[in-house]
Ligand binder design. Sequence first.
Ligand SMILES: [Zn+2]
Length: 233
Amino acid sequence: MSVVFEIASLQEIDDQLATLQAGIASIQDRLARSEQLDNARRQLQHVEERIAQHERTQRRLDGEIADLTARIEPEEKRLFSGSVTSSKELMSIQQEVDSLKKKRSQLEDELLEIMDRLEKLESRRTAAQEAVQEAEQAREAAHRELRTELRRYEDSLAAARERRAEQASQVQPRPLQIYEDLRKRKGGAAVARLQGQACGACRVAIPDALRKQVLLRDAVAQCPNCEKILAPG
Ligand SMILES: [Zn+2]
């Protein structure tokens, strides 16, 4: 078979390889992405942080309320024990008790508010946990499909590489070297088909003598403009 034909076949296989490699890169990119799951996890984390914050406040209020109760109780005992007889002192104790109770009542209101918010946050946490679970399942299903697709691509790639090696062995070293150099410099496309009297890659008219050489397929002929190896259209 002619050298030009062999090189054109090699270019076809290399094009297939490039397509397969791009396909594999795209699948790997999709496998690496997990926006839905990341968002769901972030949402859950946010809710959990707020719950922890509210629980801290709840504990603080519980402690403060207990402290106030511990102060109120002995004062009330003194008030009703009969041990204090001075009406001025009794009034002062009563005022102190009233003031502490008022403070405690405010804290209890705050505590109720916090508990109410916690309850709402806990149901938001349940929803967020479910969303994470759903996203994990969706990702798992998508990944199963993608991994199957990836295996198919990798099998095709391995087969194409074998064909490539075999085809490259059909080409003489010198033309092969020209082809490989061009492929590196021309973004993978080293072969241009003749289109009428022009180079199919750069559209420049090819001189008759060169065109005949291409059509007779007896040697490697390169486009005088873009340097690509010319092959019959
Ligand atoms: Zn050209």
